[in-house]
Design a protein around this ligand. Sequence first.
Ligand SMILES: C[S@@+](CC[C@H](N)C(=O)[O-])C[C@H]1O[C@@H](n2cnc3c(N)ncnc32)[C@H](O)[C@@H]1O
Length: 293
Amino acid sequence: MPAAAKQLTRSPGDVDAQDQFEATLARLGRPVYRDESCAIFNGDSLELLEAVPRGAIDLCVTSPPYNIGKAYEAVMSAEAYVEWSRTWLEKVHSVVADDGAFWLNLGYMPVAGRAKAMPLPYLLWEAVPFYLIQEIVWNYGAGVAARHSFSPRNEKFLWYVKDPDNYTFNLDEVRDPDVKYPNQMKNGKLRCNPLGKNPSDVWALPKVTSGAGRSSKERTPHPAQFPLAVIQRIIRATSNRGQLLLDPFLGSGSLIEAAIADGRFAIGIEIRSDYATLSADRIKAFRRQIPLI
Ligand SMILES: C[S@@+](CC[C@H](N)C(=O)[O-])C[C@H]1O[C@@H](n2cnc3c(N)ncnc32)[C@H](O)[C@@H]1O
């Protein structure tokens, strides 16, 4: 059995999670795609989140539209964007479990008269009803070459929880094995954890790239795709096997692929039917590669 397939094996303790997953799906209507551990819905999250039972979600990871005129968004005023964000953020807060977590990926948007590129965490600070554990800087190599400022090479991943005294952090699942002196001893003991070092709050992980000869293997036609490596680290560190994950702005389905590869249940909501179908096709292809066992 390949290692990746083994990860999909469920344990008896997952029965409750399966029930929770089924109960949530029963309230969400007809999915574009579903299988034993994931489902994709085509619709507006602001409506569909109302149907998700309160506290049903153990981990929500998402990247909303940044209000910068991408193909999937109509640009709003900064005030309207903050209000729209507040609305969906409150809905997400109500569906996340008391010991659950919420990861919010944010970039930058121009704000007339104030900023060429406002960091969205500043703009949305008051609108997020969760408790902030940490801001992660995601640093990537590829991007536009700026001429009148430094070339932008980062976005943020904000790690929020509901209860700062009760949340999951599985550091050993995500240690970085790239240690300079792994065998260095102090008082007869290894100085470093043999599993590796804490990966820190700056994650240098490549973006999903496109273009002839430089396109990432995981690339889909979606214009703003999460890299699986980033999501995998978040999922492993801040959720447990058999838990229920959600992405209310699913895009190309990255959250679902990473979640089911690591034995979690996952639900995604996407407003555009072409992207919902793209996600469904991506997950079907992934299942063909690594079927459920
Ligand atoms: C930044 S992209 C997410 C990309 C995703 N993280 C991935 O890995 O592909 C945001 C997505 O949210 C979708 N979207 C925008 N408004 C939405 C809404 N109200 N409900 C659900 N999806 C929405 C857009 O169509 C777009 O695909």
